[in-house]
Design a protein around this ligand. Structure first.
Ligand SMILES: NC(=O)c1ccc[n+]([C@@H]2O[C@H](COP(=O)([O-])OP(=O)(O)OC[C@H]3O[C@@H](n4cnc5c(N)ncnc54)[C@H](OP(=O)(O)O)[C@@H]3O)[C@@H](O)[C@H]2O)c1
Length: 431
């Protein structure tokens, strides 16, 4: 009789309880799909008395999750606690050092310590699996690491944070401002009480760092990512974007360029007709360009108990089936340094909105600054006329070097007639 694969689940919140539910809901199907029986042996969380809506009788309880990983209690540790450091990191390190497979949904942990943890896992001959850490229920790690393995990945981009996508979608559909919609997202449970990880782009950057590593075979480089959030996006920018034929999305973009790898998270104007622009609300969407396959697109729920647990359980079943693949697609010791390109060297098109005093000569000053910085304008829009009053002037700029655009905007900001900091949004031409 084959020995069962013993599972220990650390963290019994949204994803931990979801994982227990998925494991029990389809237990019979799983038994027919993997060569070893699966059994949940142990669980760990902080408060044993808390009612979690699932029956925990029959599982060994650990107040200290690290103890669960250190003895001969389980074969797989499922880390569903969260946080890049502290208990989640210690638990993962101890589990790997003790020859246990680890499955985690923890993007912060993998984005910051992924390369070292991958080395530890591969040295110990065990699996470190993290499908649930990126885009919840979308099997994007498997797609990149296995389904697209025949390709050179040249670029991937995507909506990696459902909270931001919900806020931007609602702002576009209702015309409300950012703070109003954030407030609503918090009351609906789509945004945390402290929303900064989501709205400042950090959560999306964690996920992008992981995706870029798998796509390019590079060490995870969270610190190299250029990160901007969505706090500065205003209804007027969304209106102008619509008028110009674009939508605004917070995207993570990782691209192979002649000078290295671009890794960036920031709001983007994308063509109204582009598939990524049609990923709305809390959904995530990712497009991957492979040299043989061309563009493939993945869309689905990026969070929530069911979608995230679906990915956690897929990783558990993969371990039970055997046939391990290296953590980031190639052995961790062979991951190349990321050589992330500085954002100043990015070339792209730009949307710029200036708030200026409506008086003669303003356009001449702006045109002179553009000429002096060798940045060329594609189009210009002015909303209304109000002599002596502030008006919005919107320009789109032809493809330019970002460093030149930044210098141009600094010069414009110093004009007496420009009365607010210019708003700049990068324009992406995904078909
Ligand atoms: N929620 C999602 O939709 C989602 C989606 C993708 C990825 N993730 C990731 O999945 C992980 C878990 O997220 P979640 O939403 O399930 O979090 P959660 O609901 O806040 O649950 C966290 C769990 O960790 C336990 N915990 C906290 N500190 C602990 C400690 N020192 N020792 C043992 N247990 C401890 C808590 O125990 P108590 O219950 O006893 O307090 C709780 O059960 C995170 O890495 C998150 O980023 C979540």
């Amino acid at each position: 009789m084959t020995k069962p694969l013993r599972i220990g689940i650390a963290g019994l919140g949204t994803v931990g309880v979801g994982t227990l539910e998925v494991l029990s809901a389809h237990a019979e199907t799983f038994a027919s799909r993997v060569p070893r029986p699966l059994t949940v042996k142990a669980v760990a969380a902080r408060d044993q008395a808390r009612d979690r809506g699932v029956d925990l009788d029959g599982y060994e309880w650990f107040d200290n999750a690290v103890d669960m990983a250190s003895g001969d209690h389980v074969d797989i540790v499922v880390e569903l606690i969260g946080g890049s450091d502290g208990i989640a990191k210690e638990l993962t390190e101890v589990a790997l050092a003790n020859g246990k497979h680890v499955v985690t949904a923890n993007k912060a942990l993998i984005a910051i310590h992924g390369t070292a943890l991958a080395m530890a896992a591969e040295e110990a001959g065990v699996t470190l699996a993290y499908e649930a850490a990126v885009a919840g229920g979308i099997p994007i790690i498997k797609a990149l690491r296995e389904g697209l393995v025949a390709n050179r990945i040249d670029r991937l981009y995507g909506i990696l944070n459902g909270t931001c996508n919900y806020i931007l979608t609602e702002m576009e559909q209702s015309g409300r401002n950012f703070l109003d919609v954030l407030d609503e997202a918090q009351s609906l449970g789509y945004a945390e009480a402290d929303p900064s990880f989501d709205i400042d782009g950090i959560d999306a950057a964690h996920k992008l760092a992981i995706l870029a590593s798998v796509a390019f075979g590079t060490a995870v480089d969270f610190d190299g990512i250029h990160v901007e959030g969505i706090r500065h996006i205003s209804p007027i920018d969304i209106e102008f974007a619509c008028e110009l034929g674009y939508g605004i999305k917070l995207l993570g973009v990782a691209a192979r360029t002649a000078g290295g790898y671009e890794q960036r998270v920031h709001p983007c104007m994308v063509l109204e007709s582009a598939p990524i622009n049609h990923v709305s609300g809390v959904f995530n969407g990712i497009a991957v360009d492979g040299n043989f396959v061309d563009t493939t697109i993945y869309e689905g729920r990026g969070a929530g108990a069911g979608p995230t647990a679906s990915a956690v359980v897929a990783d558990i079943l993969d371990i039970a089936r055997g046939n391990p693949v290296p953590v980031f697609g190639i052995p961790a010791r062979n991951l190349k340094p990321a050589q992330t390109v500085d954002m100043g060297r990015h070339r792209g098109a730009y949307y710029v909105r200036l708030t200026v005093v409506d008086k003669p000569g303003v356009f001449a000053d702006i045109a002179t600054i553009l000429r002096d910085h060798e940045v060329s304008m594609e189009s210009v829009l002015q909303r209304g006329r109000a002599p002596g009053e502030p008006v919005s002037v919107v320009m789109t700029l032809h493809e330019s070097l970002e460093a030149d655009v930044v210098n141009t905007l600094d010069a414009m900001a110093s004009l007496d007639t420009v009365i607010e900091a210019p708003c700049m949004i990068r324009v992406e031409t995904f078909a």
